[in-house]
Ligand binder design. Structure first.
Ligand SMILES: C[S@@+](CC[C@H](N)C(=O)[O-])C[C@H]1O[C@@H](n2cnc3c(N)ncnc32)[C@H](O)[C@@H]1O
Length: 295
């Protein structure tokens, strides 16, 4: 495997941060060497300096996308973090369905959706809850947008097709039987629900321009890769596109406490529920035991 030297490391880490926000500290040379070695060989480059030049001067942007693909970690699973999904099932999903019945369209964003497990996990809970109410058509009023920067992760998400390893990560047997069909070595997610999730390529560095605001945003296990300034900017943009009283869920190791005062923070077991403050409402001022969002 080709080694990266110190000046090349500066060039490559700058390039990566500029294009996808992933901030690599010192001593991550092995990560760049291991993740980019195949691409380096494929492009015929004999040094990282040459590779960096090729990437910078590639007019098609294809090499940039392949570098981003190689450098992102698309790690995910079904119903990742039990207490978050317990909160979803017992509080968020019933409230989202109430909102749909009451006010019309409800909008959810799975930002950094990787291969789709997060958006589809939510879709299964919404489907089950709507049926239990005897109102399956409420799903017509719920829009789920799922975005990621990685082209290959999005392709898997759109196909809804998972291998035996991916399917076994966190998916209860009963849901697998109900919502997936086996096709050879793969499991394919229910077409009816799959088509309800809109997948789109989106870089969280870009401006968030939406003609509406979201009721719920899941932005999980992605801020861990970003610099402090990126996190601050991203949490501010997320607050702007969330409805007052809407909820933002992060990964268990992530927190917006140091970066934003636009949210009230509550807990459901280990899950942290960040609810966008409602102007004019007397805010509790201290953290609460149970989530309130959607009140
Ligand atoms: C570890 S996965 C988390 C997936 C899912 N949210 C979860 O919690 O299971 C992180 C995802 O963030 C995506 N990502 C990294 N940088 C990004 C950026 N600048 N814009 C959008 N997505 C990004 C990666 O492609 C990857 O799929």
């Amino acid at each position: 495997m080709l080694k990266i030297n110190a000046p090349e490391y500066v060039l490559m880490t700058r390039y990566i941060e500029e294009h996808c926000g992933i901030h690599l500290e010192k001593d991550k040379e092995y990560l760049i060497e291991s993740r980019l070695s195949d691409l380096l060989a494929e492009t015929g480059c004999r040094s990282f300096q040459e590779f960096h030049f090729k990437a910078r001067t590639d007019p098609t942007g294809r090499l940039r996308d392949r570098i981003i693909d190689a450098m992102t970690t698309n790690e995910t699973s079904w119903f990742r973090d039990g207490s978050v999904w317990e909160y979803m099932e017992t509080a968020a999903v019933p409230d989202l369905l109430d909102r749909a019945a009451r006010t019309g369209t409800v909008r959810i964003w799975s930002a950094a959706s990787a291969t789709g497990q997060e958006a589809y996990s939510l879709m299964m809970l919404l489907d089950e809850a709507a049926r239990r109410r005897g109102a399956p058509s409420l799903l017509d009023r719920i829009e789920i947008l799922a975005t990621d920067i990685s082209t290959t992760a999005l392709a898997t998400a759109v196909a809804g097709r998972y291998d035996a390893i991916a399917i076994n990560r966190g998916l209860p047997e009963e849901k697998r039987r109900k919502y997936f069909t086996q096709e050879g070595p793969s499991w394919v997610f229910d077409e009816r629900l799959r088509s309800r999730v809109r997948f789109k390529k989106f870089n969280l560095q870009d401006p968030f321009i939406f003609p509406y605001r979201f009721d719920l945003i899941l932005c999980r296990y992605v801020s861990i890769y970003f610099s402090e300034s990126f996190k601050r900017a991203m949490f501010s943009k997320l607050a702007n596109v969330l409805k007052p009283g809407g909820v933002l869920i992060l990964g268990a190791t992530e927190s917006l406490r140091e970066f934003s005062d636009e949210f009230d923070i509550a807990y459901h077991k280990n899950a942290v529920i960040n609810t966008k403050k409602i102007p004019g409402l007397n805010h509790p001022g201290k953290e609460r035991e149970i989530g309130y969002g959607y009140g």
